[in-house]
Design a protein around this ligand. Structure first.
Ligand code: PHE
Length: 348
């Protein structure tokens, strides 16, 4: 067999071997064995020494073409294997976009927070500022400044947790009234504020009371504020919360820090005033306390009570939520039972 036949046979045999190779690593091994220094091609080329000078270039060119073909075969198979590997990987990583997703459980603001947020928006829209005040409060601001001295009987209804003789858990957001009044600069305009937050009282241990609940204080002080302003404001608020057809009615009441003082009733949103179990067949539901700010409260805070005056109100988001959604136990708001809280899912 002459050299050319040998080379031709080498090509045939190895082309087949290359085509059958399934691993890239094996392909590399074949390349090294076939074309390396000790490989058959090199051997053949070495044998050219024994050839005629006229034969040498012909056989040399032929050997080179065989080597090129082998290289081409190796490259081609390498590319084929690489493609197959990518295809296998892609097949394995296929995502079925029609599979149902893992449901994401959405939380929602607590219903009391929703009520506070809604009322805050309402009052912000009427030009009120929102004041954040202290839950741990001084006796001074919670009582004294509100015209409730140490021996005043109004304190009986507002027993609370005392941290010491002077510090207590505030019993009413009214404590924010005097703090805001003291700071307000009336030369810059009237004072219009709301102050929502937690308040604390001795638990009377029934379903409508809790040792902790919420209030939202409202305070408006300027020149020439009248009770008509108070009534108009509370009517707008009641209609916003309980429906556009609501009416309100003011009944005389007593708070040491307002004079006159009123309890505010709203016409029943369930029966429209005819009488039902929600309004205890009276047609009216008591929703909050309010009144014209007592001159003493202004004077104690350094505001001239002969020039300035206004109104204050205190409403209870817990009570609003209970009325609006028919919740019969205030403690449901504080026991964090998701099944209860989920009912008040806020859309969007
Ligand atoms: N602070 C009073 C209460 O807790 C409510 C109130 C606030 C009444 C403001 C009048 C004015 O009962």
């Amino acid at each position: 067999m002459d050299l050319q036949d040998k080379l031709q046979a080498l090509l045939k045999e190895n082309q087949k071997k290359i085509e059958e190779t399934k691993e890239l690593d094996d392909l590399d091994k074949i390349r090294v064995n076939l074309l390396g220094k000790k490989g058959p091609i090199t051997q053949v080329l070495r044998g050219m020494r024994d050839l005629d000078a006229t034969e040498r270039p012909k056989v040399g060119a032929f050997a080179n073409s065989i080597r090129d073909e082998l290289n081409a075969a190796l490259d081609e198979q390498r590319e084929t294997l690489r493609r197959e590997r990518v295809a296998r990987k892609l097949a394995k990583e296929t995502v079925d976009v029609t599979m149902p997703g893992t449901p994401v459980r959405l939380g929602t603001p607590h219903i009391l927070q929703q009520i506070i947020d809604d009322l805050s928006d309402f009052f912000l829209g009427m030009g009120y500022q929102i004041v954040d005040s202290y839950e741990v409060e001084q006796d001074h601001y919670n009582f004294e400044m509100l015209n409730i001295p140490a021996d005043h009987p109004a304190r009986d209804m507002q027993d609370t947790f005392y941290l010491n003789k002077e510090l207590l858990m505030r019993t009413q957001t009214s404590a924010a009234q005097s703090r805001t009044l003291e700071k307000h600069d009336f030369s810059k305009g009237p004072l219009k504020m709301i102050s929502p937050g937690r308040v604390y009282r001795r638990d009377t241990d029934d379903a409508t009371h809790s040792h902790q609940f919420h209030q939202m204080e409202g305070l408006v002080i300027d020149k020439n504020i009248t009770m008509a302003d108070l009534k108009g404001t509370l009517l707008a608020m009641a209609q916003h919360v309980f429906g556009a057809d609501r009416e309100i009615r003011l009944r005389p009441s007593y708070f040491p820090f307002t004079e006159p003082s009123v309890e505010v009733d709203v016409s029943c949103f369930r029966c429209g005033g005819k009488g039902c179990s929600v309004c205890k067949y009276s047609g009216w539901i008591e929703v909050l306390g309010a009144g014209m700010v007592h001159p003493n409260v202004l004077t104690y805070a350094g505001v001239d009570a002969d020039v300035y005056g206004g109104f204050a109100f205190g409403l209870g988001p817990d009570r609003f939520a209970m009325l609006k959604y028919g919740v019969d136990d205030i403690r449901s708001f504080y026991t964090d039972d998701v099944r209860f809280l989920e009912q008040f899912h806020k859309e969007g």
